[in-house]
Design a protein around this ligand. Structure first.
Ligand code: SF4
Length: 343
């Protein structure tokens, strides 16, 4: 494979609101606006932002669980919008999801072994021996004892259930796992175990992750690159190292300043993040962050800032911090992985 594993090009999703007896169309919920990035094989691409910023809508669009209003998702160069049902099923073998709540995402009536082997049996028939061997192998891979294949999810702890969810995602040997708030429901010590497990699996199997989280500490620990989203748009995209060393967009700066820091010697700038995320039905004009931004100028209220490439490889959408006149890199580099393609 020479190109990126996944390319997202101008992805937009509006949910039209239908109200009243006569189903009069009213403005749409603008869940996602013109989102573009690419993910290389073996890369961890993180997406962060407050609730309602469009992270989970993006995950559903990537799996084609919903269709976009406009824009494209290309998996290994193939636009998934044009795939027939059987082709989409084959494509989904390559892309799996791990969900936030391990309990509600597992069938409570099936044993761990049945849960793990079920995705494979959707594609091929397995004998009893094959099924048990596969379940034992996958349970071992995620650090669970093969004897646990006979247990129900209700007989497992939260961390064990999330490991089981990961084992199920691994069953089809995917190239990409979309982890939507995969550790946020877990205790901190269990979170660390699951994150280390994901990173080990990546080293051994070359899996790419799209890691969706509101927890910046987790993202800094696990990510290669990170996209910061605000009200359906990417406002800053950079390597994790670059972004956490020096955030440029005022929203990124405020998010990082608001995150708890376990290291008392580490100094972070004091940038208050006040107010609520505005409604995606009626987003503010110009830069959607302007009602909460301490740096807002008149231009911000009327003109949408474009994503501008900076000399350190990041892209930022801000009239003050990244005015387009200072752009010193071609836009062709926007959102591409520094890992390139490793598969
Ligand atoms: Fe703040 Fe203006 Fe930059 Fe938006 S464009 S983040 S309002 S300074």
């Amino acid at each position: 494979m020479t190109g990126p594993l996944l390319e997202v090009d101008g992805l937009t999703k509006h949910y039209p609101l239908v109200a009243g007896l006569f189903k009069t169309n009213v403005p749409a919920v603008r869940a996602l606006e013109n989102v573009s990035f690419s993910v290389a094989a073996g890369e961890t691409f993180c997406i962060v932002g407050e609730s309602g910023c469009g992270k989970s809508t993006l995950a559903r669009l990537l799996m084609r669980l919903v269709d976009p209003t406009s824009g494209r998702v290309l998996v290994e160069g193939t636009d998934i919008a044009g795939l027939k049902r059987h082709e989409l099923r084959a494509c989904r073998r390559r892309m799996q999801m791990v969900f936030q709540d391990p309990y509600s995402s597992l069938n409570p009536r099936l044993t761990a072994g049945q849960i793990i082997t079920e995705p494979v049996e959707n594609f091929e028939r397995l004998g009893r021996k094959q099924r048990n061997e596969l379940a034992a192998e996958l349970l071992s891979k995620v650090g669970l004892s093969p004897e646990m294949m006979h247990r129900l999810p209700s007989e497992m702890s939260g961390g064990q259930r999330q490991r089981l969810g990961i084992a199920r995602a691994l069953a089809l040997e995917p190239s990409l796992i979309i982890a939507d708030e995969a550790v946020s429901a877990l205790d901190v010590s269990v979170q660390a175990q699951i994150l280390n497990l994901l990173m080990d699996l990546q080293k051994k199997m070359g899996i790419a992750y799209i890691f969706i989280s509101h927890d910046l500490g987790v993202v800094e620990h696990i990510g290669h690159r990170v996209a910061v989203m605000y009200l359906g748009r990417i406002v800053e995209l950079a390597s994790c190292e670059t972004l956490f060393a020096k955030p440029v967009h005022p929203y990124t700066e405020a998010l990082i300043a608001a995150a708890p820091v376990p290291d008392p010697t580490r100094v972070r700038s004091e940038v208050p993040l006040e107010g609520e995320v505005p409604s995606p039905v009626n987003p503010p004009s110009g830069c959607a962050f302007h009602p909460r931004c301490p740096l807002a100028i008149d231009r911000c209220r009327v003109e949408l800032p474009p994503l501008v490439p900076m000399s350190d490889g990041r892209v930022v959408a801000c009239h003050v911090r990244a005015p387009s006149a200072t752009a010193d890199m071609p836009l062709t580099s926007l959102g591409t992985s520094p890992l390139g393609s490793v598969a």
